[in-house]
Design a protein around this ligand. Structure first.
Ligand code: LLP
Length: 443
């Protein structure tokens, strides 16, 4: 397993993260457990901020909280001087409860409800990223009722799609998100928005994909957006002050993943903006980005206890852990690859190839196929790396399994930032209708 951030193997042959022995974390908090290397999270934040500072452009780095949204994480994002992107009332509520400054919150989403819009306007968030014509009218009407003027970006679909190593300029219109550049919707949206008295257009937003390992897609997006900005300035009286190029910066989950350093992505973006806007004699806009995975992904490790094994001679050996698709649905959903080691016997020689199964009642509940490990025993601690992004965020209670706790580790100290769910959490929202209570009592 690749050792990210402060992770290392200590003198006892145990995995250590943030100066804390993984076996000690297991003894204190139990398993499964999400462990975050706080220093690595902060390092990633600072890599983005420093790279933008070097460009001398005005900027905002907005953490895409969908990757991992808990109150302690919002505190870190604030302390690192970044902004925050939310996509639901739940994420907004989390940020506000954590005391995150509302003016640095951006609200995304292709189907914001009236309640969400009202909540966000009342909280005085910094900006809405408007996704479609209905939202444009709805937002203006609600803002008017409240006697507010709200700042907006318009999300455009630039016709650039990036997938890991490939990027394609499709000019495709078939996306549920945003105003299409190719078919003229984006221009119409700007024209319409500029007539709405309670909206102030800051600029446009585009997001081209996720887990991207190349800069070419970002360059193409910057070029298209700049071209659009020039056209808009010619045909309307709107000049963009802000260009948001979204997130999508890739990370290393497993061998074969080849992310670029954060500074390389950022330089490609800022250079492309300078080139494309500068050459059109356009005032250089402020650049915003929205990294999620690249802030928290490789800082997360999940610790599990090994339970049962099933050896099918000549076929495969299954090793089951006390979690699975409930705490990490990504292998089942996306066929994602992960690396792992035995945290309590990290220096021992690999002896067997095993496949790591979860405990859910579903054959698809597999975490890792064909992993090289020392001979595994019940009670061993399996550490799966790179589980910081979209794991806790997408965890479920399937099979009524309780979601694990989350611990931040740093400088030899551990702090619980999310408690493990209790049985009360499991049945806490259940209600038994009165007409069934008699039956329940009989039993
Ligand atoms: N901005 C927008 C508008 C987005 O839609 C996303 C991700 C981001 C920023 C952050 O992208 P990142 O830097 O994290 O790649 N559940 C999937 C990922 C879905 C990403 C959706 N949008 C997964 O587990 O891989």
């Amino acid at each position: 397993m690749y050792l990210h951030g402060t992770s290392k193997i200590n003198d006892q042959g145990h995995l250590e993260i943030g100066g804390v022995d993984a076996t000690q974390l297991v003894a204190e908090y139990g398993t499964p457990l999400y462990v975050f290397d706080e220093a690595l999270v902060r390092q990633r934040c600072s890599e983005f901020v420093q790279a933008f500072k070097a460009s001398e452009l005005k900027f905002q780095v907005a953490y895409a909280s969908k990757a991992f949204c808990v109150m302690a994480m919002c505190r870190i994002v604030d302390e690192e001087g970044m902004s925050l992107d939310v996509v639901s009332d739940g994420e907004l509520y989390t940020a506000l409860q954590a005391g995150f400054p509302a003016e640095r919150i951006h609200f995304h989403g292709n189907n914001k409800t009236i309640d969400e819009i009202e909540m966000a306007i009342d909280a005085k968030i910094g900006c809405f990223v408007v996704d479609n014509f209905i939202e444009l009218q709805m937002l203006n009407a609600i803002a008017a009722e409240k006697n507010q003027k709200v700042k907006i970006l318009l999300r455009i679909t630039p016709g650039v799609e990036a997938h890991t190593h490939e990027y394609i300029s499709t000019g495709q219109t078939d996306s549920k998100f945003g105003f299409d550049l190719g078919n003229g919707s984006a221009l119409r949206a700007i024209q319409e928005a500029s007539q709405l008295a309670n909206l102030e257009i800051l600029g446009v937003h585009s997001h081209i994909g996720s887990q991207i390992f190349e800069v070419e897609g970002f360059r193409m997006a910057a070029e298209k957006v700049a071209g659009f900005a020039v056209q808009v300035r010619k045909e309307t009286n709107v000049t963009f002050q802000v260009i948001n190029l979204g997130g999508g910066f890739g990370i290393r989950y497993a061998e074969g993943d080849t992310p670029l350093p954060v500074s390389v992505y950022v330089k490609a973006i800022t250079d492309a903006i300078k080139d494309n806007f500068g050459s059109n004699d356009y005032p250089l806009p402020e650049i915003w980005v929205e990294p999620g995975r690249s802030i928290v992904g490789d800082a997360g490790t999940t610790l599990y206890s090994v339970g049962t094994t099933k050896d099918i001679p000549g076929v495969r050996k299954y090793v089951a852990v006390d979690g699975g698709m409930t705490d990490n649905p990504r292998p089942a959903l996306y066929d994602s690859k992960y690396e792992a080691l035995l945290a309590n016997r990290a220096t021992e020689q690999a002896e067997e190839i095993v496949s790591i199964a979860g405990k859910c009642c579903e054959s698809g509940d597999m975490l890792i196929w064909d992993l090289n490990l020392p001979k595994v025993n019940a009670g061993d601690v399996l550490a799966v790396s790179c589980t910081g992004a979209y794991n806790y965020a997408m965890a479920s209670n399937y099979n009524r399994i309780r979601r694990p706790g989350v611990v931040f580790v740093k400088d030899g100290q551990s702090d619980l930032v999310v408690k493990r769910e209790s049985f009360d959490n499991i049945v806490g929202n259940d209600l038994i209708p009165a007409r069934m209570q008699q039956v329940a009592q009989k039993v």
